[in-house]
Design a protein around this ligand. Structure first.
Ligand code: ATP
Ligand code: MG
Length: 182
């Protein structure tokens, strides 16, 4: 099964301008630490690299606020980067390598650059590859703090939408809308 092996974070939210590496073992991993120490920011960094574009989902008001200390006066590179390394031994992500590394960089103007195994690519390619492996955004691979409580308060329409996302129907809906537009 495709799983995250490692995340490398630079200049993203509470992570400063030096590389922080977080390793994940297969199975259950738990991260502990005081309130506000950056545990949830690790999950935000993962979904950021996977192409998440909704600021609210990453708990900021605008994407630019994801850059470390963006409002501060410190000098240094005003950019955020996150790389997620996926174990792809079973080739569920249609890329012919055991390890798939997805990197996203964002500069202070909100310009984004994506890399797949260190080669430049674009967001929609990343989204497609991850969706094909059932590892994409919107497939409840990342369940955030408060989500479980929220799900219990869903209206029936929201429940239907969530189930559609889970079984992958929304992916085809989006593709259909895109092709109708073209
Ligand atoms: P809790 O246990 O309360 O869930 P947590 O460990 O999950 O806490 P996070 O939500 O990951 O904590 O981290 C919140 C911290 O990230 C806050 O202290 C906030 O100031 C910091 N933070 C968020 N964005 C930035 C940024 N752009 N620059 C610097 N720090 C930031
Ligand atoms: Mg948290």
């Amino acid at each position: 099964m495709v799983h995250v092996k490692k995340v490398e974070i630079f200049g993203f939210k509470s992570f400063g301008f030096k590389n922080t590496t977080v390793q994940f073992e297969p199975g259950l991993v738990s991260i502990s630490g005081p309130n506000g120490s950056g545990k949830s920011n690790i999950l935000d960094a993962i979904i950021f690299a996977m192409g998440e574009n909704k600021p609210k989902v990453m708990r900021v008001d605008k994407l630019r606020s994801l850059i470390h200390d963006i409002e501060g006066n410190r000098r240094g590179p005003k950019m955020a980067r996150s790389s997620v390394h996926f174990d792809n031994s079973d080739r569920k992500i249609p890329v012919d390598s055991d390890l798939v590394e997805i990197t996203r960089e964002m500069d202070e103007n909100g310009e984004n650059t994506y890399y797949l195994n260190k080669k430049k690519t674009n967001r929609s390619h990343i989204l497609d590859l991850l969706d094909m492996a059932n590892a994409g955004l919107g497939q409840l691979n990342a369940v955030q703090q408060g989500t479980v409580t929220r799900i219990s308060e869903f209206t029936s329409e929201e429940k239907r939408k969530t189930i559609e996302d889970l079984i992958g129907l929304s992916y085809f809906d989006e593709k259909k809308t895109e092709s109708i537009k073209q």
